[in-house]
Design a binder for this molecule. Structure first.
Ligand SMILES: *[C@@H]1O[C@H](CO)[C@@H](O)[C@H](O)[C@H]1NC(C)=O
Ligand SMILES: *[C@@H]1O[C@H](CO)[C@@H](O)[C@H](O)[C@H]1NC(C)=O
Ligand SMILES: *[C@@H]1O[C@H](CO)[C@@H](O)[C@H](O)[C@H]1NC(C)=O
Length: 510
């Protein structure tokens, strides 16, 4: 334990040292090139009415000659100051420095712990000069994440958050369920899936009730928290549904056999479950800047060396949860110059350890020292895939029947390089990407750009909400609070100021 701690400290100190060196060096060139006035700033964090756990926006460095900077102009190129407009208000807030995404863009995040009723002033500087249209004034109230203040008009909320009119995955998932009879589900779901981890929810008047079935339902904490968070932002439809919190999708019946509309974190070609963003993505979205290190925003500033400085090898580390993972390690032993793959923990195939050996655990951020990342399924879809896509390495993805909510938008050869299920083409494909470096980098970049868009917090809130809306539309009977359900309460946040105007207005109308 002590030894491990020490090693971490050493490498942390080392990387900070390196970081300062690089940024000082780069800053010199940045000085002449970046134009404060011409640089671009955009994103939901500049709008008062987009309430998210962590608000965020983007800065693109642009030169005096109006060209986008495409490399890091130095991590301290921009600094951001967020002030509360009213001098009488004290709103606790967490405002880390902008994240340098190493491609001329920066991701700025901030978390509010109280509501700024008059509003916020966001100032962005480059060497003392205002950037873009800075200062940005967010006219209050600017609510914080824990303020219960639902917008009663769903369409207003969706427009504010730029939700898409349609999500192809959601539309396809619901083709199997033209109508949903809740009284039928009440009998059938416990019979068929009661021994799996199922959380049965009813939402009535924007209040959440639930009961659990089966033993392994701890992960309800993620679905609970997401539903509570959504309910604070927008009034949810009255709806009654079943979330499968286990790994595997459950419903193997096809449409002709009357499948049940089970909602799962992961989908597969053999099942008809309706998918939601995985618990991991959900947790990441809720917990950003609350202490988790691997979240979908912070990873964007941790993508390792620039493309030309990455090691030209394919890389993989992980547990032994699937046969093809062992196969990949065997191939790696035959082609160590092309592929560095290793099992870090054995559980399913312990007898293989003697032959294949155990690889050292390595920090996820260090994966991005390698140019090509292999993605192989675990028990189901590998939940690291979103994080790999957000890096600037090229992702080589195993063909798989499993999918997460956003896979449908990704196209092979455009956003990633496909690999055969049995890994038989992995060496051939690695040789191809090495021989076609410009094309490989282009695929890596377009995959990253799409992942940044699809996996941003505002998109995930939209996705959850649209699933609930589509489900609610199809109910043929009324949702009810069933026997054994408990009320899932909003967290008490009486220490900070909320003062929801919308609720005050509703009360006045009554
Ligand atoms: C410059 O960057 C912005 C934001 O990333 C992008 O919208 C725009 O299309 C880029 N312009 C050019 C000329 O590439
Ligand atoms: C690549 O690494 C070299 C040596 O550390 C460094 O001088 C160079 O700036 C790096 N290239 C990029 C694009 O960061
Ligand atoms: C906030 O509410 C909690 C639980 O209801 C209570 O224990 C606490 O004393 C309250 N704090 C304030 C400042 O009112």
């Amino acid at each position: 334990m002590g030894g491990k701690m020490q090693r971490q400290c050493v490498s942390w100190a080392f990387s900070v040292g390196l970081f300062l060196m690089v940024s000082v060096g780069k800053c010199e060139t940045g000085k002449e090139e970046v134009s404060a006035a011409k640089s671009l700033v955009w994103g939901p964090g500049l709008r008062a009415d987009v309430v998210l756990p962590v608000r965020y926006f983007y800065i693109q460095a642009v030169t005096h000659t109006e060209e986008n900077v495409t490399y890091s102009p130095g991590s301290n190129t921009f600094n951001v100051v967020i002030k509360v407009l009213s001098s009488r208000e004290h709103v606790r807030r967490y405002v880390p420095a902008p994240l340098d995404r190493n491609d001329g863009t920066f991701l700025m995040r901030y978390r509010l712990y109280g509501t700024a009723s008059e509003g916020l002033k966001i100032e962005i500087f480059h060497q003392g000069q205002h950037v873009g249209q800075s200062p940005y004034i967010l006219k209050g109230p600017v609510y914080h994440e824990y303020c219960y203040c639902p917008e009663v008009e769903p369409q207003i909320w969706k427009d504010t958050g730029s939700c898409p009119a349609e999500e192809e995955q959601i539309s396809r998932d619901f083709i199997n369920f033209p109508s949903i009879d809740l009284s039928l589900l009440l009998e059938e779901v416990p019979n068929r899936f009661g021994d799996r981890g199922i959380v049965h929810y009813t939402i009535l008047n924007n209040q959440i009730y639930r009961r659990t079935m089966g033993r392994y339902t701890d992960f309800k904490m993620f679905s609970d928290e997401m539903l509570l968070s959504l309910a604070r932002k927008v009034r949810l439809p009255d709806v009654e549904f079943y979330v499968n919190v286990g790994d595997w999708p459950l419903e193997t019946r096809q449409m002709k056999d009357n499948p049940l509309p089970i909602i799962s974190w992961c989908g597969s070609e053999d099942t008809t479950d309706i998918v939601l963003p995985t618990y991991d993505i959900t947790r990441s979205t809720l917990e950003t800047l609350r202490g988790v290190t691997n979240d979908l925003l912070s990873i964007q500033g941790q993508t390792g060396p620039a493309w030309e400085n990455k090691t030209e090898q394919a890389f993989w580390r992980g547990r032994d949860s699937r046969e093809e993972r062992l196969k990949l390690v065997r191939i790696s032993k035959e082609h160590p110059d092309l592929l560095d793959a290793g099992i870090t923990a054995y559980f399913f195939f312990r007898e293989e350890e003697k032959e294949l050996g155990k690889a050292q655990l390595i920090s996820f951020f260090d994966f991005f020292k390698y140019k090509y990342q292999v993605n192989v399924d675990g028990t189901v879809a590998a939940y690291r895939f979103p994080y790999l896509m957000l890096g600037d390495s090229l992702v080589m993805k195993q063909d798989s029947k499993y999918y997460e909510h956003f896979y449908r938008s990704l196209k092979p050869w455009k956003h990633y390089v496909p690999l055969k299920r049995d890994m038989s083409d992995v060496i051939e494909k690695i040789k191809w990407v090495k021989d076609n470096d410009a094309e490989a980098q282009k695929i890596a970049r377009s995959g990253q750009a799409l992942a940044r868009d699809l996996l941003q917090p505002s998109s995930l809130y939209c996705y959850y909400f649209i699933v609930l809306q589509e489900y609610a539309k199809r109910q043929t009977t009324k949702p009810e609070i069933r026997n054994g359900m408990e009320h899932v309460l909003q967290p008490t946040d009486n220490e900070s100021f909320c003062n929801c105007k919308r609720i005050a207005n509703i009360k006045e109308e009554l």
